[in-house]
Design a protein around this ligand. Structure first.
Ligand code: CUA
Length: 173
């Protein structure tokens, strides 16, 4: 009898531990269904609001402020390649269209977590130019290991000479 109780207790703990790391899979759709949450709805992300396709990538605000908007989804980042000037503060705003993804800018100390139904915001300054891979660091499904984007940090004068479309993202065109 005691053994049984111990077993049930252990299983309950395991279930709770799993739920605590995967809560968003259950909670968020229900939460959004009842109209909760101020963040973007993962389902309509591409169709309306801040994260429509034409608004993704780097945008230049008044006074030269720079904002990068990205979507993480199984199993790509959109856009796949972003370009920013070195030594300049860049604000990142990212959300997810499905599950939680984590991007790390390999070779730098920076990272971001993309959560469905929420916008994660952070401001980074990349001191030196170079190419940095952006692998996904949160297991997000079968294609997780192939999920990677790219960050190109270029000198400021080179960035200034790019055409607006080339600043928005650096995807092959
Ligand atoms: Cu996205 Cu792993």
């Amino acid at each position: 009898m005691k053994k049984k109780i111990r077993f049930v207790a252990a299983m309950t703990l395991v279930a709770l531990a799993l739920l605590s790391t995967r809560y968003y899979m259950v909670d968020l759709p229900v939460w959004h269904f009842f109209g909760g949450g101020k963040g973007p709805d993962p389902v309509t992300l591409h169709l309306q609001g801040e994260f429509v396709e034409s608004n993704l990538g780097l945008a230049e605000g008044p006074a030269g402020s720079l904002t990068v908007r990205m979507i993480a989804q199984q199993f790509v980042f959109v856009p796949q390649c972003i370009v920013v000037p070195a030594g300049v503060r860049v604000r990142f705003r990212i959300t997810s269209a499905d599950v939680v993804h984590k991007l790390s800018f390999l070779g730098t100390e920076y990272g971001l977590t993309a959560v469905p139904g929420e916008v994660t915001e952070a401001t980074f300054t990349f001191p030196r130019s170079g190419r940095f891979k952006i692998p996904c660091h949160e297991f997000c499904g079968a294609g997780h290991y192939a999920m990677r984007g790219q960050l190109e940090v270029v000198p400021q004068d080179q960035f200034a000479s790019l055409r607006p479309g080339e600043r928005r993202n650096c995807e092959p065109r």
